[in-house]
Write a protein that binds this ligand. Structure first.
Ligand code: FRU
Length: 465
């Protein structure tokens, strides 16, 4: 349990940790990271009365994942941010072992949040079929900061009988006045799937249908997200348990999407082919929301659960961050991710970096749209991005805590856009139709290419007010 009181009584400890965070030379300049402690999934993303609200899985008193609650930052413009107090604590019998991931749905001037209350029993259990609860809980807020009570909406006995205790990460989609709740699930036969519940009032939900692949595709699907984009219905999920294939599914867990043809009312659907959303080392549990100007914006966790490496930032009492916000479009059968236009406001004067020359920089954006058929870019230290034989290779050299290479097949590269922060890289290829996101910890910062000319912008930091 992590009560508000316990957190508030730990101010001194927290402050000490937060001061230590600020001494980290690898601390990020324009990404959202925890003020202290651990961060994972983005949660409850929304724009409410003009303000953007970003909540996240948060363990503020421990840099390693421990007692999970919801942290909160807000922003009018994605440039100026406020660190709000934690939003949800793990303080009720319904969520005593973690206020797990969830989402926000705005209706009638109110934000309805749905999340998973994790409960673990003491004893000798496998914690899959027995020994835990995953409760779907709702809270309502009129200011994105305070909420009334925690209301139990669904509990394990409401989920179908062939499903394990693992049912979590609710996301709401509305169609024709009906509210559909998408939940990630693991069946007793260890098959990942999505359960869909239905409601007319956002209060009473009944089981409606499930969405699964014909053949088993992983044992669990986490963090589902369903939305329409440029006329196409899409289902994002994070499958666990896929086998590595050449160029595919290189991380321990995946984040991707199925194009889907679906008639929700009549429970009919056909899943298209699963595509990964990112090809770097650190991208998981993305969540999207529609903002007030109707953009579909995605933020992901730039981290990976159960990863084999330890993040060197733990020494400085923090771990992990979110990706930069990305606007989504669906073009030629693919989701494209482009950094939101607000980020252009971080740009300083532009500089021209001709091939063969190098810049000692770490916090920058670099663009190139005259691409050679083969190239090599030195991103920093011994981290390189090379392209040949229609394969793009991110090679981390020795600088990345045991992580070596990631590669993706790309027929033709038309443009590259790189966002580099003190300890992260986000690479966007062909207007965001391929992305590679990764944390990186090189001391030696220099950016150059023997084959490509870049337009480079040093970036100002985002401001925490
Ligand atoms: C994904 C996830 C979610 C869960 C949360 C707990 O990273 O495992 O399924 O709700 O993290 O922190």
């Amino acid at each position: 349990m992590l009560y508000k009181k316990t957190y508030e009584n730990s101010t001194e400890k927290f402050k000490k940790m937060a001061d230590k965070v600020q001494t980290d030379p690898m601390l990020l300049k324009y990404h959202i990271y925890p003020e202290a402690g651990w961060l994972n999934d983005p949660n409850g993303l929304c724009q409410f009365k003009g303000n953007f609200h970003i909540y996240f899985q948060y363990s503020p008193l421990d840099e390693n994942r421990k007692e999970i609650i919801w942290g909160h930052v807000s922003s009018p413009d994605f440039i100026h941010f406020k660190r709000d107090n934690p939003f949800l604590y793990a303080d009720s019998p319904l969520d005593k072992d973690g206020a797990y991931s969830g989402s926000a749905f705005i209706k009638d001037d109110e934000i309805n949040y749905f999340y998973t209350g994790n409960v673990k029993y003491d004893g000798d259990f496998d914690y899959i079929n027995d020994g835990r609860e995953h409760n779907t809980i709702k809270v309502k807020s009129r200011d994105a900061v305070n909420y009334d009570e925690k209301e139990l909406i669904l509990t394990n006995s409401d989920y179908p009988l062939d499903i394990t205790k693992h049912v979590r990460d609710p996301k709401i989609y509305e169609k024709n006045g009906i509210y559909y709740m998408f939940l990630g699930a693991r069946s007793k036969e260890d098959k990942g799937m999505v359960l869909v519940f239905k409601s007319a009032d956002l209060e009473n939900f009944t089981y409606h249908m499930r969405i699964e692949s014909n053949d088993k595709f992983g044992y669990m699907w986490e963090c589902p997200d369903f939305f329409e984009l440029n006329g196409k219905d899409l289902l994002i999920v994070c499958p666990q348990g896929l086998q590595k294939e050449d160029y595919k599914y290189q991380n321990i867990y995946q984040a991707g999407y199925f194009p889907i043809e679906i008639d929700l009312e009549n429970k009919e659907y056909r899943l298209g082919k699963f595509k990964e959303l990112d090809y770097g080392f650190d991208f998981y549990a993305p969540q999207t929301f529609q903002d007030e100007s109707d953009r579909r914006i995605l933020l992901g966790w730039m981290g990976m659960p159960d990863a084999e490496y330890t993040n060197p930032t733990t020494k400085y009492k923090w771990q992990h961050c979110l990706t930069i916000p990305r606007e989504l479009t669906y073009i030629n059968g693919k989701i494209c991710q482009r950094p939101i236009k607000e980020l252009k406001k971080l740009r300083q004067e532009n500089e021209y970096l001709p091939r063969g020359e190098k810049l000692e920089i770490s916090v920058f954006e670099a663009l190139c749209s005259k691409i050679a058929s083969e190239f090599k870019v030195k991103l920093r230290g011994d981290v390189t991005l090379t392209y040949n034989n229609q394969t793009l290779i991110l090679n981390m050299g020795e600088s990345s805590w045991g992580r070596k290479i990631r590669q993706v097949r790309i027929e033709e590269i038309e443009n590259i856009r790189i966002f580099s922060d003190k300890s992260s890289l986000e690479i966007f290829i062909n207007d965001g139709s391929y992305t590679l996101s990764t944390r990186v910890y090189s001391k030696n910062m220099n950016f150059s290419s023997d084959d490509l000319d870049f337009e480079v912008y040093r970036l100002n930091p985002i401001k925490f007010m």
